[in-house]
Design a protein. Structure first.
Length: 507
């Protein structure tokens, strides 16, 4: 999952609501007899590029287009979906090398704006070489979005300290799953990473390219590795930025965030203890942690009123999860905690813009479309792998984690909608094991895709070279933490040469 406090993404997209489009069948044309897979009518479709609906991609010079893809690739003459893609063309047509497809993470992160974000990190030479391509993956954003009528932005919710809190999380998870299956029983079985990888390959073909380069961030590395596993001969240059352990995807990927975020809280506490005079959070790291844990207990006894919202012990850990991702945001994190402490004391507080945006995104998701995007997140994750269905499994996981993960363990081990998914995945999960060359970036203090998981991806992608950055953050190429990592990506995209060996960037 891709998360930064600056975007309040939380593995979710801070986006506007999308309308339902492209879920109706289109008339099939006869596929070329020479093409065994029956996809010629999709490969040869024309694209109409125009200004994007979102003003930010449009302002960056990004163009958008929509193509048809099969709902079910095993039935290419059947129902179709719309998939929206974006493009920033190579700055110098004479030096153009090809296309660089992208995915910002999630699953369920909207991607039409990603080319503009990544293009800003490129050297002029790299910008001249690639058309940078973004995509809202099937079921998301402008790509036949799934609107299940959900009322929350994320299934992440602490179960709290009692059975009633667990039972409420279990009920909410079931409600979300049931709502989507009631509305989209014919579509949900086809929203999966493997089908998204097939969409990526269809985009490559429609754009007339023999190969595609790909830059994936967070969950996007799972998509990139899956593409490399399914279509190894069609990969040009592959960049994996902040990868999880592909074998742990996805419930295990969520659970390992518990220890990682507890370590991040300790790291922050050490920083804040040296600034007690400014923030008043505690004079020692242990005192700062005690302040945080005490605040959660206070929210359990009486929800904290701030900016027109009420934060209880079920949602407060999510605030800490959001703002503790990046060490560059320590000051913002400390300021948010100070405001929450003051609000809990009944003092008048004017919430910062970032906190207000986060509260709106998470607690009033209908205003931002985050509830719609959650449906896509659910569909992909639950459509990829099976998940335990016994409530006892989750209760035991929470209690095992609680002693060493008092803040985040009850959140990342709680019930999830996939426990109530009506159908098992149509395909077996992709086992990643190949020799496709790739450049991988990984931060040692990553709270979303912890470093050990990144090492597991590195081992399964045997042709990869790993660039390690000793920092607490998630997502390195478009961060300011490591010019060394950014240079490694730009050099590789320009020359195609990987480092001779794994490297560690200076802090």
């Amino acid at each position: 999952m891709r998360h930064t406090a600056a975007t309040t993404a939380l593995a979710l997209s801070l986006t506007t609501a999308a309308t339902m489009t492209g879920l109706l069948p289109v008339t099939a044309t006869k596929a070329s007899a020479s093409t065994a897979d029956g996809l010629d009518r999709f490969r040869h479709q024309p694209l109409k590029w125009s200004a994007c609906k979102d003003p930010k991609p449009a302002d960056s010079g990004t163009q958008c287009a929509t193509l048809k893809v099969p709902l079910d690739y095993s039935d290419p003459h059947g129902r179709t979906l719309d998939v929206a893609i974006s493009r920033i063309k190579a700055a110098d047509p004479a030096k153009r090398r090809g296309i660089l497809q992208t995915n910002p993470g999630g699953p369920g992160g909207r991607g039409l704006g990603t080319p503009a974000i990544l293009r800003a990190q490129m050297t002029p030479e790299v910008a001249a070489a690639y058309d940078v391509i973004g995509m809202d993956t099937r079921g998301l954003g402008e790509s036949s979005p799934l609107d299940c009528g959900l009322t929350r932005a994320t299934w992440l919710r602490s179960v709290g300290t009692d059975r009633a809190g667990f039972d409420e999380s279990w009920r909410m998870a079931k409600s979300d799953a049931d709502a989507c299956w009631k509305k989209y029983p014919d579509i949900l079985p086809h929203i999966s990473t493997r089908n998204i990888a097939r969409d990526v390959d269809l985009v490559r073909s429609v754009l007339g390219e023999q190969k595609t380069s790909f830059l994936g961030q967070s969950y996007g590395t799972v998509l990139g590795a899956t593409y490399a596993q399914m279509f190894p001969r069609r990969v040009d240059r592959l960049v994996l930025d902040s990868a999880p352990d592909p074998a742990a995807y996805w419930i295990g990927m969520q659970q390992v965030m518990g220890p990682a975020n507890e370590r991040a809280l300790d790291d922050f506490a050490a920083w804040a203890a040296g600034r007690h005079k400014r923030y008043g959070l505690g004079t020692t790291p242990a005192a700062v942690r005690a302040t945080v844990e005490r605040l959660i207990r206070r929210a359990e006894a009486k929800p904290i009123a701030i900016a027109g919202f009420r934060l209880d012990d079920h949602m407060l850990p999510l605030v800490l999860f959001a703002f503790g991702t990046d060490e560059a945001g320590n000051e913002e994190y400390a300021g948010v905690l100070r405001q929450l402490l003051d609000a809990a004391d009944g003092k008048p507080v004017e919430a910062t813009d970032s906190l207000r945006a986060w509260l709106t995104f998470t607690l009033r998701p209908q205003d931002t479309g985050a509830n719609v995007d959650l449906a896509a997140t659910m569909a992909i994750a639950c459509g990829d792998v099976t998940t335990p269905r016994d409530p006892g499994w989750y209760r035991k996981a929470v209690e095992r984690a609680r002693p060493t993960q008092p803040v985040f363990g009850p959140m990342v081990n709680g019930p999830v909608p996939c426990a109530f998914w009506k159908e098992k995945p149509r395909e077996e999960p992709t086992r990643i094991s190949n020799d496709v060359p790739a450049l991988q970036l990984q931060a040692t203090g990553d709270t979303r895709t912890p470093y050990d998981g990144g090492l597991a991806m590195h081992r399964t992608m045997r042709g990869s070279r790993l660039v390690t950055v000793p920092v607490r953050t998630h997502g390195l190429y478009d961060s300011s933490h490591s010019p060394c990592a950014k240079k490694a990506v730009n050099d590789y995209l320009l020359t195609g040469r990987l480092p001779d060996k794994d490297t560690i960037c200076p802090r």
